[in-house]
Design a protein around this ligand. Sequence first.
Ligand code: BDR
Ligand code: CA
Length: 308
Amino acid sequence: PLPVILDGDPGHDDALNILLALASPELQVLGLTTVFGNVGLDRTTLNARITRELIGADVPIHAGADRPLVRPRISAEAVHGDSGMDGPDLPTPTRGVETQHAAHFIIEQVRARPGEVVLVPTGPLTNLALALRLAPDIAALVRGVVWMGGSTDTGNWTPAAEFNALADPHAAHVVFTSGAPLTMFGLNVTHQAIAHPARVAAFRALGTRVGEFAAVLLEFFAEHHRERYGWEGGALHDPMTVAWLLRPELFESRPMHVAVDLTDGPSAGRTVADVWNVTGQPQNVRVATAVDADGFFALLVERLGRYP
Ligand code: BDR
Ligand code: CA
């Protein structure tokens, strides 16, 4: 199996990504690492523990950065609720977290398996940036980085910027310029996969605890998207990363040069993708551009259906 580390800020869609990965025998999840983002680090870490407890998975959790490198911290209670995972009844987990910082865990695991580990960040890129600054050698040792964040077009937190990119643009810059092979699932593709009621019903129809958990998560997640965009459901951002590792044929993508706007103006945090290669700069990112949304949701339902 492909060794992966899931780094995120659960988060409704982060939690579904964790469940997707841990249901998939093609992957060996070495650990979950957490970062501030949708809510504060204490809460994203608790939510990772809750998600692990729900399925009784045996995987270590390492907490990481509680703030961005430079900018003031932002958070997304407006989308995810005060808990960061509002909706379902959340159990109190018993197993705790490891003492090692997420950045050190990432470095250790990547060095132990040169050329093998795929890092899968679905939040601000702060942990990866810290790891890359502490150990620049790991850029050449990772098999890949598959990130949900950014966009080739409009943002969702400002007109220009997507949340994960804006939450720590400097960290994104470090990762984008590191030389590590990077694939980006931005809003331009994640907004193609809306969890509308019929898709939510398919999770509920599994008739299992995990199926119901997913359905209730998606129903809460839909509320913000209905109000903000007038959509019938939430855009299922984060699980595209793991879905890509499992079923790349569900996606279209192509290499582009992408830079992150580090200025403080209205375009702060924008991922500026050279879609037409007008600059001729080296193509540092494989950018996902299209998804077979029905196939993507079918994969999720099938995998989550593997939990008893
Ligand atoms: C991203 O921001 C968070 O709210 C989601 O979990 C996702 O990672 C979408 O912009
Ligand atoms: Ca996320």
